[in-house]
Design a protein around this ligand. Structure first.
Ligand code: AMP
Length: 318
């Protein structure tokens, strides 16, 4: 598969790299790193990383302007399904490659490299660069590490394996990037975000079945002067609460007239519930977008039921 990807990259002079809507560090860093690696290896090629940017992640690197291309190669990073690819007119492309780590949803590219046991798409690209002639430098290595750390929630998830640490070790030795710089880029945040985290802890509802959820209304994000995307991203900070096995933030997104639900679990798998509500994701980290608070509460009810069954099976010793 690696050789096929390289030969397609070599075949095309114009390459566009896209990723999913609702950008996050793994999606962004994987597309930027792959773009920069291809450019470094083949300086004459035109390589564009496209998609809607986010002020929150602007310091990670610059995206390219969307322009009309013809008969180009499209590489879609970190996106399992076609409907969630950001800003792509598929008719402009002659050949398409997917590089991803999500559980399989659908085949929509000619060639699909899916490593669903990897922490992140950045980890998949680290392997690709390591095993092929694609070149890397300190900046590219830093981007890849940043996406990996973010998607594994600082190595907290079981998706971190000896392979993850093996490839990181190789990159650290070869490119000597500064870990504290990476963490500053990822985790330095304004005091208002920390205050909103205080609000979330104080207002989290916890059910008898160990579901924790909080509704963050638009007026709340406004009063803390935090945008709704940042509020939703805080969900990762609420792991390891004794009374909570599945936890969610339900963030009102007035601009898009929807609620963004972010779901995490230390117990039952949750992606099937997310899929039933117009969402999806990983077994233990999923999300959904719903149109009303009522629909969001239906998701909570389904998650609570899932937990009830999970707790029952644990108590029966299954
Ligand atoms: P989030 O909580 O938004 O960070 O999302 C966690 C995971 O769920 C990511 O892997 C997303 O790709 C996936 N996800 C979030 N929202 C959706 C959605 N509406 N449809 C499918 N997958 C989603």
């Amino acid at each position: 598969m690696y050789n096929e990807i390289i030969s397609k990259i070599e075949e095309y002079n114009v390459i566009v790299i896209a990723r999913h809507i609702g950008v996050d560090p793994d999606a962004l860093c994987s597309q930027l790193a792959l773009r920069d690696s291809i450019k470094l290896t083949y300086p004459d090629k035109k390589v564009l990383a496209i998609g809607t940017g986010s002020a929150k992640f602007a310091h990670m690197g610059r995206l390219d302007k969307l322009e009309k291309v013809e008969k180009a190669l499209l590489i879609v990073a970190d996106t399992p399904d076609k409907k969630r690819v950001d800003s792509v007119d598929f008719t402009q492309f002659e050949y398409m490659i997917k590089i991803d780590h999500h559980p399989f949803v659908e085949k929509f590219c000619d060639l699909e490299l899916i490593e669903d046991t990897a922490t992140s798409t950045c980890e998949v690209i680290m392997e690709l660069i390591d095993k092929t002639k694609l070149e890397c430098n300190k900046e590219i290595a830093e981007l890849l590490y940043m996406g990996l750390v973010s998607d594994s929630n600082r190595f907290l998830f079981n998706s971190c394996t000896y392979k993850t640490f093996g490839i990181i070790s190789k990159y650290l030795e070869a490119y000597k990037f500064d870990l504290s710089e990476v963490y500053k880029k990822l985790y330095l945040r304004p005091i208002n975000e920390v205050r909103l985290e205080g609000y979330i802890s104080l207002n989290m509802n916890v059910t008898a079945n160990n579901l924790g959820y909080v509704v963050i209304r638009d007026e709340i994000t406004n009063s803390f002067e935090v945008d709704s995307a940042s509020a939703g991203n805080m969900v990762n900070n609420f792991n390891f609460i004794k009374e909570v096995l599945v936890w969610c933030t339900i963030t009102e997104d007035i601009k898009n007239d929807q609620y963004r639900i972010s779901i995490r679990s230390r117990g039952p798998e949750i992606n099937k519930v997310a899929e039933r509500h117009n969402g999806g994701g990983h077994k233990f980290a999923s999300g959904a977008r719903v149109k009303s608070l009522e629909e969001a509460m239906n998701v909570m009810r389904d998650l609570d039921l899932e937990l009830e069954m999970y707790n029952k099976s644990l108590s029966e010793g299954n």
